[in-house]
Design a binder for this molecule. Structure first.
Ligand code: FE2
Length: 379
């Protein structure tokens, strides 16, 4: 069922964005984790990421160690502390493993920092130039929700593997790619009544425009309720939905996240593929766990979404969800949380024209999440 909100297409809406901050894409996502070496192995073995770069004791980094992995345009940085009582330790103690940095690729990291801080962003890092034999990278950073930050990365004058300070990470262990292509969107969970504040932040500080909003009437089951707005930059490459909890009969999944993460943070990262059946088959075989909707979801699905190119049988077998908007349809599936705390998870998405986010699936999906919450005793 489409509403006026979901019918608003990217082309019609995004020109409202004030593109003083041209973002070329997501440069990398950095997670602070307890054990980067083992996390890196997980993202290789389960997710098909390829080894790219390393920084640690061997490169002269005495306090932190980082592994950089890549799959097509998606770059993950996994960082752990090597010391006691540093800021990364505090982050992990408070939040568990989680996303610290959403880094955005820009032409001019100095100007990006000046423009955003002038508009009210709190600085995390004033522009800094790092150089080595392969050239230079300029980085700067600002704070966003919770303890999450955005870094601006200017790397047009750099030809090394990742950044100065890193060396190529070579390993004989290289499982095949899972066919993941790029980050489609990254969702932030914020606290009660904070959604509008953070949407305004993205509008005012970063020049984003609102694509879509959902309220608790759209997104509620018997227990769970949340509100969500999708903010996008001018060229549509960066899409940040922001969720806040809404009152329900029992604890919503957003509240559960906020409780275990101890504040706002990145809830899920949606990774795009152009063959979701192959990708999800690979991920399942590698041990990635997905949420399943009841098989009855598929009984009437084609009446709701109309004709699709794929056979229904493998979609049903894998638990892949389907939704349609005015511009086409999309296929999507969500993992269970990938950490011990029920916090961050991934979405796998294949867009076949649709620019929306699978609103038609929310109810089935949230009921699946509630079953998981019930198992955890956190509903
Ligand atoms: Fe999503």
């Amino acid at each position: 069922m489409a509403t006026d909100n979901t019918s608003l297409s990217l082309e019609k809406i995004v020109p409202q964005a004030d593109d003083f901050l041209p973002l070329l894409g997501t440069d990398y996502v950095e997670l602070y984790v307890g054990n980067a070496k083992q996390a890196a192995h997980y993202y290789q073995a389960a997710w098909g990421f390829q080894p790219l770069a390393y920084r640690g004791l061997e490169t002269g980094s005495k306090k932190t160690v980082s592994y950089v992995l890549q799959q097509d345009k998606i770059r993950l940085v996994l960082t752990s502390p090597l010391e006691q009582d540093g800021p990364i330790n505090a982050h992990i103690n408070r939040h568990g493993d989680g996303v610290k940095t959403v880094a955005l690729l820009v032409d001019d990291a100095t100007r990006s920092w000046e423009e955003t801080t002038r508009r009210g962003a709190q600085s995390f890092l004033a522009p800094e130039t790092m150089e080595d034999a392969d050239g230079k990278v300029v980085i700067s950073g600002i704070h966003t929700y919770g303890e999450t930050i955005h870094m601006f990365v200017e790397r047009s004058a750099y030809k090394g593997v990742f950044m100065p300070g890193f060396r190529e990470w070579k390993t004989s262990y290289a499982p095949p790619s899972a066919g993941l292509k790029y980050i489609d969107h990254m969702v932030g969970n914020v606290g009660w009544n904070e959604m509008n504040k953070w949407c305004e932040f993205y509008a005012k500080v970063m020049g984003f425009a609102q694509l879509i909003s959902f309220d608790d009437k759209d997104i509620s089951t018997e227990y769970t309720a949340l509100m969500s707005k999708v903010m996008s930059n001018g060229n549509g490459r960066i899409k940040f939905p922001i969720n806040e909890p809404a009152e329900g009969r029992k604890k919503s999944q957003i509240e559960e996240y906020i409780d275990f993460y101890n504040g706002a943070g990145v809830q899920h990262i949606a990774l795009a593929t152009d063959n979701i059946i192959e990708t999800v088959t690979t991920l399942c075989n590698n041990g990635v766990e997905f949420l399943y909707v009841p098989v009855s979801y598929y009984d009437t699905i084609l009446e709701r979404v109309g004709k699709i190119d794929e056979d229904l049988a493998p979609l049903k077998e894998l638990g892949i969800l389907i939704d349609r908007d005015e511009e086409g349809y999309l296929l999507q599936i969500f993992t269970k949380p990938v950490l011990d705390r029920p916090t961050m998870f991934f979405e796998i998405i294949q867009r076949k024209g649709a620019q929306s986010f699978g609103k038609g699936n929310f109810k089935a999906l949230f009921e699946a999440i509630e079953r998981e919450q019930e198992n955890r005793g956190t509903l």
